[in-house]
Design a protein around this ligand. Sequence first.
Ligand SMILES: [Zn+2]
Length: 343
Amino acid sequence: MATDEEKAKRAVIQAAKELVKKGLVARTWGNISARISDTQFVITPSGLSYDTLTEDKVVTVNIRDVSYEGHVKPSSEAGIHADVYKLRPSVGAVIHTHQKAASVISVCPEGLLIESEKEKALLGDMAPCTAYGMPGTKKLRKAVRKTVSDYPKSRGFLLPRHGALLVSSDLETAFLEAEALESAAEKKYHSMVREGDSVRKRPPELTKELYIRIRRGCGANHVIYTGEVATLFFSKKGEKLSPWLDDLSQIAGVNIGRCDISDVKSMVRELRHKNAVFIKGYGALCTGNTKEDALAVKTILEKGCMAALYGEKASAARPLNSIDARIQRFVYRYKYSSGAYNR
Ligand SMILES: [Zn+2]
C-alpha cells in the first residue's frame, strides 16, 4: 500500500506535467507542493526537468524550518510554500505559475478585483498583489507572507512582474483557481489594451539565407519568427522593450532593441547578447540553443510585450528596475550554462 507521502509525490508529478501542458508555465518554471501532515509537505525539486520527474526527485520538506530530507534540493520557493501551510492550516496544496495574463497584469500593484461569481467562489473577492522581491529571495518570501496574512479570504495572489500563487485544499482545486485567475486577468487585460487582431505571417524578406547569416553571426542554433499580435503591435512602436517581467529579463534579455528588416548587421549585434530582437513593423526574432529554448523565448517575449502594452495603460504599473533585471539575466545565463534553469 502506498503511503500518504508516496501518493502526494505522485500527485505532484502529475500536476507538474499538467502545469506545463496547460501552458501555465514556460518550460519547467513554476513549482507545486502538497501537504502530507501538520508538519511536512512534498514539493517539486529545483533545477530538474518536469518531463522526467520521478518520485525520488520530489522532496519532502518540513514546514517549520524548510529543512528537507535526502540529497535533492527543493524548489527555491519552498519557503513561500512552507509559510502558506503555516499560515493556513486548511491549505493542502500550493502552486506557483507563470501564467500569461495573470503575470501581465501583475505589473500593476493594485491587484485584481474578481467580478464573476464563479471565479469569486474559487478565488475570493480579490487577487491581491504582493510587494516585489526577486525570485528565490527572502524579500519575496516576506512579501508573500505579509499579503497572505493580510488577505485571509483570498486564494489567488499576484507576484509582481513575475506570476501567480494559488493556495487550495487540494491540487485539483488549485488548477481550477489558476484557470479562474487567468480568465479574470484576461478580461482585465482586454478591458485596457486593444492591440488589433491581425497576425502577420513570416515576412518574405526573412529568407533561409538570412536566417543562416543570423545564426552564424550570433552563434545560436535556432532562430524563430513571431508575428503574434502583441509582439507585432509592439514592433511598430519606437521604443526598446523594457524589462517588465522577471522571466523576460532572464531568458530574452534586458531592453530588447528594434532593427529595420534590411539591417541584418544590427540584428546580429542585438542577438549576440540577447535572445530576441524586434523587426520594425514585422514582429520579432527569437533565438535559442535548442528549438525548445527558442520557443520558450518566443512565449516569454509575447508575454513581455503584453505586459508592456498593459503597463503603458495602467498608471501605477512600473517595469523592473534595471539593476534587478540585469542581475537576473546574469544569474540565469550562469545557471543555464550549468544546466539548472527551473525555479
Ligand atoms: Zn517563478
